[in-house]
Design a protein around this ligand. Structure first.
Ligand code: ISE
Length: 338
């Protein structure tokens, strides 16, 4: 491997372009050596932000050209598997944006392929695990300082969503983050999921019935409620309140300048996850690059975590469609992922 990690970024849409800028401008020890994107215009725009990067239409071509030490997959979830397979066959480290794949059966197949290698090579891009406040909350839970964790109230609010966003994406594209981060911070897996549908927001696109309220029960007995809204207009907000035996902790509150003006009090709020989680994305990519360069390959959620989230998402989609409490049952974790 060259001293500087040569990364192929696959996908030059919003997330891919964001990662290309990040790696080029803020990440040390790595550069974007290849932009893999079939849309020539998009590829050229993105490569313009990554000096020296070559453009390829397919990951196979970038691998064959020997231009790559590691792959960052930033295409939509349904296109992950066709990139994961050749990258695993080449035995190179992978950072795969969430979800690992769109369903648990295909995620399971990816796990089988990965287990043919000597150790885990896939990290899944659940960036919230790299957010300072989520990390502080996790430490508080683990320390036991506030007693046991009893309840979590989470709010996940998007001002609007693109036309491609479907009803099931409320679970598979959005609540997918809570399905990863909550068990991680609580130190306890999800055992069941239920979805309640409050009154519909008339400002939602016709195809969507939202907000939804997702209830998860954790193995510890803690109950988690997640308000998922995607047409709430005012801004992008991800907040969490954790209720302990001895007190309450809140994270994700709006910060920055406080403004008193014309009889009002204002605080700025984010408009997009790209700014709300910018520092978390930076930390995630820097730590992955550092891990790969020292030979650890993964420093964060792995493919097994991605598989567990796929199981929770399937339960969530069933619960949203059919009602009732849907169990989440996972097989034992293979020793490979210990
Ligand atoms: C988007 O794909 C993300 O991953 C964001 O973090 C999430 O807040 C949003 O709802 C998703 O659509």
């Amino acid at each position: 491997m060259s001293a500087e990690l040569r990364i192929a970024v696959v996908g030059a849409g919003m997330m891919g372009a964001d990662h290309i800028a990040r790696i080029t401008e803020r990440i040390s020890g790595a550069r974007v050596s290849a932009v893999v994107e079939p849309d020539a215009g998009r590829a050229a725009d993105a490569a313009g932000h990554a000096p020296g990067a070559e453009v390829f239409a397919r990951i196979e071509d970038a691998l064959a050209a020997g231009a790559v030490d590691a792959v960052l997959i930033a295409v939509p979830g349904q296109f992950h598997e066709p990139v994961l397979r050749p990258a695993l066959a080449a035995g190179i480290p992978i950072l795969c944006e969430k979800p690992l794949t769109p369903d648990s059966a295909s995620s399971w197949e990816v796990l089988q392929l990965e287990q043919q290698l000597d150790r885990p090579h896939i990290q899944v891009g659940f960036m919230r695990r790299f957010d300072d406040e989520y990390r502080a909350l996790r430490e508080l839970v683990a320390s036991g300082e506030a007693g046991e964790l009893l309840l979590v109230h989470a709010q996940h609010r998007n001002p609007s969503v693109p036309e491609s966003y479907t009803q099931n994406m409320l679970i598979n594209d959005s609540v997918v983050h809570e399905f990863d981060v909550v068990p991680w911070l609580a130190g306890s897996p999800i055992v069941s999921v239920e979805v309640k549908r409050p009154r519909r927001n008339s400002l939602a696109p016709e195809r969507l019935s939202e907000p939804i309220l997702v209830l998860m029960e954790l193995e510890s007995g803690a109950i988690v409620d997640v308000e998922m809204s995607v047409s709430i207009q005012f801004g992008y907000q991800v907040t969490t309140e954790a209720v302990f035996e001895r007190g309450v902790a809140r994270i994700g509150q709006p910060g920055g300048m406080q403004r008193f003006d014309a009889g009002t009090f204002r605080l700025a709020e984010h408009l997009s996850f790209t700014t709300r989680f910018a520092a978390a994305y930076d930390a995630q990519i820097q730590r992955w690059v550092d891990a790969v360069r020292r030979g650890d390959l993964v420093d964060g959620p792995n493919a097994w975590d991605g598989y567990l989230v796929a199981l929770a998402c399937e339960a969530g989609v069933t619960a949203m469609a059919e009602g009732g409490v849907v169990p989440v049952e996972a097989p034992p974790r293979p020793a490979f992922y210990a």
